[in-house]
Design a protein around this ligand. Structure first.
Ligand code: ATP
Length: 604
C-alpha cells in the first residue's frame, strides 16, 4: 500500500470531530488494506511502530527533525526555527517549506520521480532504522534516514512523518475508535465487546487488527492471556461507607488490605525470565530486580502472571512505609543504590494465568486459592492480608486493622460465581474504601493537565494554576472539571514547567473539550492526584455537560493537589467522567447552587 493513501486517510480523520465518522473512515480504509499490512497500519495510525508495551519508542527531537527538514528542503535554518516557534508543529513547518520551494521553483519537489511512491513498508522500514540507530553517530544517522524519507515524500506525507517521529501524531485514532472501526470492517456491532476483550487481554491493538482481518471472529475468540503480553488491569469502584460496601456485596465478601505502593503485573516465564509491568505498561523490572528474582524462586508454577502491590518496608522495624518511599525505586538513575537503600515487598492479590491456564475466567475464591498455593510465601513475596467479612461491624473492624497496619484502606472483593478478573474494567466486583473518605466526601481524583494560567504576585513568571480534566472514554475527550491552584509547594511550582514540557499549543488540542480558556494549552499527558471538597454543577466546566442539568457540567470545588504526580497512569487512565457522575450521585446535594465557575478560582 502507498503511504500517500494512509496520509490522505489521516487528512480525512483530521477533518472530522466525530468519533463515529472517524471509525467509519478507518473501517473503509482497513477493509481495503492488505491483511498482512494491517498490523503496521494500525500502529502508524497511532504514531507508533509497536504495541505500547514494546520497550523502545520512536523518537527524534524537534532539533534533529528540523535539521533534516532544512537539509532536505534547502531552507534557511533561522527561518525554519522561527516557523517552528510560531506553529509548534514540525508538520506544518515542512509543508510550508516544501510549498515555498515549489512556488519559487528552486527545487522541483513534486516533480521528483519517486514522489508519492513511498510504500507503507518503506516507511515502517525507515522509521524502524531511526528507532534502532544507536552509538556515537546515532543522531547523524537519524537525520540522514529522515532526510531520505522527506526527499521522497509529498508535502502531505512529510507532514505526518514529521509529526510521527516527534510524537505528535494525533489524528484521533485512539484505541476505542480503532476497535469500533475493526468491528465495522470485519464483524458486527454486537461482536465489538469480544474484540475489546481480545485487546484488554493482550494490550496489542495491532495484533487484534491482524487477527480479525486474517481469521475473523473465531480467531479473536481464541486470543487469550499470554506470558509477555501485559493484561489491562482490573479496577475498583468506590462507595462512601463500609456498611454500603458490605450491603452492595450481598452481605458477604472478601476484604483485603489496600496497600499504598506501586501496582505491578509480573510475567514469570518458563525460561526463568520475569518481567514486571506497570499499569501503564512500562517495564518496571529494572526498578524491582529483587522482586523479580524472588518471584521466580518462590513460584511453583513453570509460568504464571500475577499481580501485586510493591511497598517499601522499613529495614529494621519491617513496617510499611508511605508511598513516597517506594517512588525512589521509580527513578531512572542510581537504581543500584535505590535497590540497596529501599527494601520492598510485593503483596500479591491476583493470578491471571498459570501453566497454560487462563485464570481470568475463574471466580475470585478460586484465583485466590491458586495464588496462595502457587508460591512458597516468605521474604519479599507475601499475600495481601484477607478476611471473609459477613457484617458491617466485621468490615469496620477489618478496616481499622488495615489503617493501623499503615494501609490506605480496604478492597472488598466479590465472592460470587461471576467474580471473574475483568481486564480493563472498573466495576463493583471490587470496591475500595480509603481512610481519606472519612474526612472528605469523595475519593481523590486523578486528573489530567490540559492547560495552564500564568501566575501573579509570588507566582509571577511561573504557572500559577492549571486547567484539569477528567477522561471521557466514550467520546475519547478530556473534559474539564476544575482550575487547580492549591497544594503546590515551591519546589513543585519551580519544576512545573519542566514537568509539563514544552508541547504547548495556542489552540485547544483536539482531544480536549473546554470552555474555560487557559493562557497555554497542553496535550493531555500529565496526571495529578487532586482532592476536593465536593462535586457541583458548573456552568463553565464541560465534564458530563447536559447530563444532569441542561447547560451545566460537573466541576469540583476547592481542589487541592495532594503532591502525588500519577506517573504510573497514562492520561486515558485518569478518573473518568462517568466516575465523577457516580461520585456526584453519592453526595448529598443540599449545596447544589450553580457556582460561578465550579467555585475554584478563589483557590489560586
Ligand atoms: P487508587 O488511586 O485508589 O489506588 P486507582 O485508580 O489507582 O486507585 P483502583 O482500581 O481504583 O486504582 O484501586 C485499586 C488500586 O489499589 C490498584 O490499582 C492497586 O494498585 C492498589 N491495591 C492495593 N492493595 C490492593 C489489593 N489488595 N487488591 C487490589 N488492588 C490493590
Amino acid at each position: 500500500m502507498l503511504y500517500s493513501d494512509l496520509a490522505s486517510t489521516f487528512d480525512r480523520l483530521e477533518s472530522t470531530g466525530s468519533r463515529l465518522e472517524m471509525a467509519s473512515i478507518l473501517a473503509e480504509f482497513f477493509r481495503g488494506a492488505d491483511k498482512s499490512e494491517l498490523r503496521d497500519i494500525v500502529y502508524l495510525c497511532q504514531g507508533k511502530l509497536h504495541p505500547d508495551f514494546y520497550p523502545s519508542v520512536l523518537g527524534m527531537s524537534d532539533k534533529l527533525v528540523l535539521k533534516a527538514i532544512v537539509e532536505a528542503t534547502f531552507a534557511d535554518e533561522k527561518k525554519a526555527e522561527q516557523l517552528l516557534i510560531k506553529s509548534g508543529d514540525p508538520g506544518e513547518v515542512v509543508v510550508t517549506l516544501m510549498g515555498k520551494k515549489k512556488q519559487t521553483n528552486l527545487f522541483a519537489f513534486d516533480a521528483a520521480p519517486e514522489k508519492g511512491e513511498l510504500s507503507v513498508g518503506d516507511v515502517v522500514k525507515s522509521l524502524g532504522q531511526i528507532e534502532k540507530a544507536s552509538g556515537k553517530r546515532s543522531q547523524d544517522k537519524k537525520i540522514e534516514i529522515f532526510k531520505g524519507l522527506i526527499t521522497k515524500s509529498t508535502p502531505n506525507e512529510a507532514k505526518y512523518l514529521s509529526r510521527m517521529v516527534t510524537g505528535r501524531m494525533r489524528v484521533g485514532a485512539g484505541d476505542m475508535t480503532i476497535l469500533d472501526a475493526l468491528a465495522e470492517a470485519f464483524a458486527t456491532k454486537e461482536e465489538r465487546p469480544e474484540i475489546e476483550r481480545a485487546f484488554n487481554v493482550t494490550c496489542d491493538i495491532g495484533l487484534v487488527a491482524q487477527t480479525i482481518a486474517e481469521g475473523g471472529m473465531d480467531s479473536i475468540r481464541e486470543i487469550g492471556v499470554r506470558v509477555g503480553s501485559p493484561v489491562k488491569v482490573m479496577l475498583a469502584e468506590r462507595l462512601p461507607s463500609v456498611s454500603e460496601l458490605v450491603e452492595k456485596m450481598g452481605g458477604k465478601c472478601a476484604m483485603e488490605y489496600k496497600y499504598d505502593g506501586i501496582r505491578v503485573q509480573a510475567h514469570i516465564s518458563r525460561d526463568g525470565n520475569v518481567k514486571l509491568f506497570s499499569r501503564r505498561l512500562e517495564d518496571l523490572t529494572p526498578n524491582f530486580p529483587d522482586i523479580a528474582q524472588s518471584l521466580r524462586t518462590r513460584c511453583n508454577f513453570a509460568e504464571a502472571i500475577i499481580e501485586g502491590e510493591c511497598v517499601a518496608i522499613h529495614p529494621e522495624t519491617g513496617f510499611m512505609l508511605p508511598f513516597q518511599t517506594v517512588t525512589h525505586r521509580r527513578k531512572k538513575h542510581g537504581m543500584d543504590e535505590a535497590v540497596r537503600d529501599v527494601p520492598v515487598r510485593i503483596f500479591m492479590f491476583d493470578i491471571l494465568y498459570a501453566d497454560g491456564n487462563d485464570m481470568t475466567s475463574l471466580p475470585y475464591p478460586e484465583r485466590r486459592k491458586a495464588l496462595e498455593s502457587g508460591f512458597s510465601l516468605g521474604g519479599m513475596v507475601q499475600m495481601t492480608t484477607m478476611k471473609i467479612v459477613e457484617s458491617p461491624e466485621d468490615g469496620e473492624r477489618f478496616f481499622a486493622s488495615a489503617v493501623s497496619a499503615r494501609c490506605e484502606g480496604i478492597m472488598a472483593k466479590s465472592l460470587a460465581p461471576e467474580s471473574v478478573y475483568r481486564a480493563g474494567s472498573r466495576g463493583f466486583l471490587w470496591i475500595k474504601y480509603k481512610k481519606d473518605y472519612q474526612q472528605a466526601l469523595t475519593d481523590s481524583f486523578d486528573l489530567v493537565v490540559v492547560g495552564a494560567f500564568y501566575g501573579m504576585g509570588k507566582r509571577a513568571g511561573k504557572y500559577g494554576a492549571l486547567l484539569m480534566a477528567a477522561f471521557d472514554p466514550e467520546e475519547g475527550l478530556f473534559e474539564t472539571v476544575c482550575k487547580l491552584g492549591t497544594g503546590f509547594d515551591d519546589e513543585f511550582l519551580d519544576g512545573m514547567a519542566g514537568l509539563l514540557g514544552d508541547d504547548i499549543s495556542e489552540t485547544m488540542p483536539r482531544s480536549v473539550d473546554a470552555e474555560m480558556v487557559p493562557d497555554v494549552w497542553f496535550e493531555p499527558t500529565v496526571v495529578l492526584e487532586v482532592v476536593a471538597a465536593e462535586i457541583t454543577l458548573s456552568p463553565i466546566h464541560t465534564a458530563a455537560r447536559d447530563l444532569i442539568k441542561e447547560g451545566s457540567g460537573l466541576g469540583i470545588r476547592f481542589p487541592r493537589f495532594t503532591g502525588r504526580v500519577r506517573d504510573d497512569k497514562a492520561p486515558e487512565q485518569a478518573t473518568t467522567v462517568d466516575e465523577i457522575v457516580r461520585m456526584y450521585g453519592m453526595q448529598s446535594h443540599d449545596s447544589d447552587g450553580l457556582s460561578s465557575e465550579g467555585g475554584n478560582a478563589r483557590e489560586e
